[in-house]
Ligand binder design. Structure first.
Ligand code: ADP
Ligand code: TRP
Length: 327
């Protein structure tokens, strides 16, 4: 089974990215043909500073590798190293109705949060569909917020195939992560765009401070508390063992425990998860050539497939490319 997913390089990665996406990606590398990429073209919808964008793209590569992506098992590459994907985006735009994109809830949410309503942001699902279809992906593991985009991709594959009476594109399926939407420190969905994240790779002290800043209600220490209405507990459930979760639940319900204690427990499980990865990341950061080599060989492998699929796409829709110009 060919699995593909991407992460935007639009900020430092956070627990939502890891629990909602990357942990699942890394698991899948054991039994599938996996392609994971750094969506730096997508990131241009929010980051318009060259040095910052370059830095974030490198950081995402380090993060993936530190968290356990094994380049012997999975292909890791930068989106922009396969420029054919932007060509496909245009071609998909010509068979896709504007109404489909107007229904995208993620676009509406982002505009409501004051992101610039550029054509790039509006066309985001077209580029994402191109990412998925250009590798003839079977399965796309994503968090809940991205499901609609994969459904739109299924539609676009169908529009192209039926417009040109062909079967160039395969219908990709969503693989939804079990994890619920991961809340940020303010209780909304954790997102780089909302400034409410818990970063994966800050210092241990920064991790502790950020966890201490999670918003809780004002129930007094002595009173029983509802774990299911608490952001601290929700995050704990996503990282602790079932026994640990059951024990903390009891302490909430019994009363006599302040939120500070719950935050302390959360800090411990987060550090247990991230501490070893932080050490691996420091080693990788000292070897940028190795990281570039991984991305280069990933891109070669991805580009070969993209080239073959684009050949079929151009054939189907009648786009002629002069021989010998390197496509
Ligand atoms: P952000 O919202 O911070 O910009 P992205 O949109 O780049 O994050 O998300 C990358 C991946 O991480 C996606 O597959 C997305 O579903 C997942 N993800 C991001 N934030 C969360 C979250 N809070 N809960 C669950 N999954 C998330
Ligand atoms: N839009 C995805 C996100 O914000 C990132 C992404 C870009 C992606 N292209 C993709 C995910 C293709 C899966 C497949 O999380």
């Amino acid at each position: 089974m060919r699995v593909l997913s991407g992460i935007q390089s639009n900020g430092r990665l956070h627990l939502g990215n890891y629990l909602g996406a990357m942990s699942q990606h890394i698991e899948l590398q054991e039994a599938n043909e996996c392609f994971f990429f750094i969506a730096n073209y997508h990131a241009l919808t929010t980051i318009q500073d060259a040095a910052v964008l370059r830095g974030y793209a490198h950081d995402v590569a380090l993060d993936y590798l530190a968290l356990g992506l094994d380049p012997q098992k999975a292909t890791l590459f930068r989106q922009s190293d396969v420029p054919e994907v932007t060509e496909l985006t245009w071609i998909l735009a010509t068979v896709t109705g504007k109404g489909l994109l107007e229904r995208a809830t993620s676009y509406k949410d982002k505009v409501a949060k004051n992101l610039a309503a550029s054509m790039g942001l509006f066309s985001y699902p077209l580029l994402m569909a191109a990412d998925i279809l250009i590798y003839r992906s079977d399965v796309v593991p994503v968090g809940k917020d991205q499901v609609q985009h994969v459904e739109m991709t299924q539609d676009m594959a169908g529009y192209f195939n039926s417009t040109y009476g062909c079967e160039v594109f395969k219908r990709p399926e969503v693989k939804l992560n079990e994890a619920r939407v991961v809340p940020g420190v303010d209780g909304q969905k954790m997102s780089k765009s909302y400034g409410n994240t818990i970063e994966l790779f800050g210092s241990p002290e920064a991790l502790r401070k950020r966890i201490m800043s999670i918003k809780t209600d004002s129930t007094p220490v002595e009173a029983p508390k509802n774990p299911d209405a608490c952001n601290v507990f929700t995050l704990y459930e996503l990282m602790a063992t079932p026994d640990e979760v059951a024990a903390l639940r009891e302490r909430y319900v019994a009363g006599g425990m302040g939120y500070g204690d719950a935050k302390g427990a959360l800090t411990e499980v987060a550090e247990r998860l991230l501490g070893p990865a932080r050490q691996r990341r420091e080693k990788l950061a000292a070897d940028p050539d190795y990281v570039e080599d991984v991305l280069r060989s990933g891109a070669k492998c991805a580009r070969k497939i993209a080239g073959e699929v684009m050949h079929d796409v151009r054939e189907a829709c009648g786009i002629t490319v002069a021989k010998g110009i390197g496509r």
